[in-house]
Ligand binder design. Structure first.
Ligand code: ATP
Ligand code: LTN
Length: 339
């Protein structure tokens, strides 16, 4: 187990700086990160090396990396309690990723849903090999810290299974080295769908205007996007897993992820209401979540040097652990240590 000196089990997770963070990222990942930070030894990283699996503009990548780290803090991650760092600042991630890439069966990688979805969106000859090898890098992120738990949205569960399988393979071949991590999904909000196409996952790198609410959206704009969300031609407001009712189900899910109430309570609350009422209630709860978060965000982006000092300290704490694990894995695999 990856416990720290206080014997708390360890948590690691990350978000790609591949765009502006959405309420999907918040409800699926960030919100849980905040909730668990006092009970675990938490490492939260901005996974810039993952972001480059699809082409990124250099200026924008640098900016989004800072913005994402600031957003972690604005969402409630306390840098005095949790470790916040940038993945590329700790070279051990790339080094272990290569070792794991060499052990990862091509068949496992080709079966990954995220790879299939993302590669389907590009011409075959322009797909970078990194998109296929993405899960080995994610496995490295997790295994370097001996993470016990990984809080993510449910689209990442398959990558977590891959990580466990790969860790087991390494342990079997070279001796017990890595902790097998468990996935942690939120009770509500593990998969927020697009407001425009409620059968597709809400994603930060989708272009269409009404697809996602971004955490930094102007509040009136956020409200407007929710009021325009696709619903259906039924009248009753109920949770449902029918594709046809995905829009209403998604609005209820967003409401639930914020309010934390049970299905029956929420359905009772909206009994006899129209879709307009539901949308207004969802918009109110989203806006009241975004407002304080945006206030903190702009405040800390204005504090010169603060973010850099958080990331510097984070890098030091992360590197110390990651380098020790990398060294052990290298030794086990048979690399000659430098004299
Ligand atoms: P991209 O569109 O660039 O692939 P993304 O928006 O899907 O990015 P990631 O950086 O891949 O976001 O995900 C970061 C975290 O947010 C992960 O834990 C992921 O499961 C979670 N997450 C992303 N989108 C959603 C969503 N729609 N609902 C719930 N959780 C989500
Ligand atoms: N693949 C994840 C991001 C990610 C991650 C991680 C999540 C990269 N490394 C380690 C948890 C732990 C995604 O959300 N697309």
């Amino acid at each position: 187990m990856g416990a720290d000196s206080n014997n708390k089990p360890r948590v690691l997770s990350g978000i790609q700086p591949s765009g502006n963070l959405t309420i999907g990222n918040y409800l699926g990942a960030l919100k849980q990160w905040v909730e668990v930070q006092h009970d675990y030894d938490c490492f939260y990283c901005v996974v810039d090396l993952h972001a480059i699996t699809v082409t990124q503009d250099p200026l924008e990548l640098r900016q989004k990396t800072r913005e994402s780290a600031a957003m972690y803090i604005a969402a409630g991650i306390d840098p005095e309690v949790s470790t916040i760092f940038v993945q590329s600042h700790v070279p051990a991630h790339s080094e272990l990723a290569w070792m794991l890439t060499c052990m990862a069966p091509l068949g496992w990688l080709q079966r990954m849903t995220q790879f299939k979805d993302k590669s389907a969106k590009q011409a075959q000859e322009s797909i970078g090999a990194g998109l296929l090898n993405y899960p080995s890098l994610m496995a490295a992120d997790i295994l370097l810290y001996h993470a016990d738990l990984v809080p993510v949205g449910d689209d990442q569960n398959q990558h977590l299974e891959f990580t466990r399988d790969l860790a087991q393979r390494f342990n079997h071949l070279y001796g017990e080295t890595f902790t097998l991590p468990s996935v942690m999904n939120p009770q509500a909000g593990a998969r927020i769908m697009g407001l425009d196409i409620p059968t597709a996952k809400m994603s930060k790198s989708e272009d269409s205007e009404n697809h996602a609410v971004f955490l930094l959206d102007d509040l009136a704009r956020a409200r407007k996007k929710i009021m325009r969300a696709v619903t259906d031609s039924h009248r009753d407001i109920r949770f449902s897993d029918q594709a046809e009712r995905a829009g209403v189900n998604n609005l209820l899910t967003i409401y639930q992820a914020i309010a934390g109430e049970r299905n029956e309570e929420i359905e009772a609350k909206f009994a006899g209401c129209g879709y307009g009422d539901l949308k207004r209630a969802v918009a109110d709860s989203v806006v009241s979540t975004l407002e304080p978060l945006q206030e903190r965000y702009y405040q800390l982006m204005n504090e010169a040097g603060y973010l850099d000092s958080v990331l510097r300290l984070g890098r030091e704490k992360a590197a110390a652990i990651a380098e020790a694990t990398l060294k052990l894995a290298q030794e086990r695999m048979g690399f000659l240590a430098p004299s």
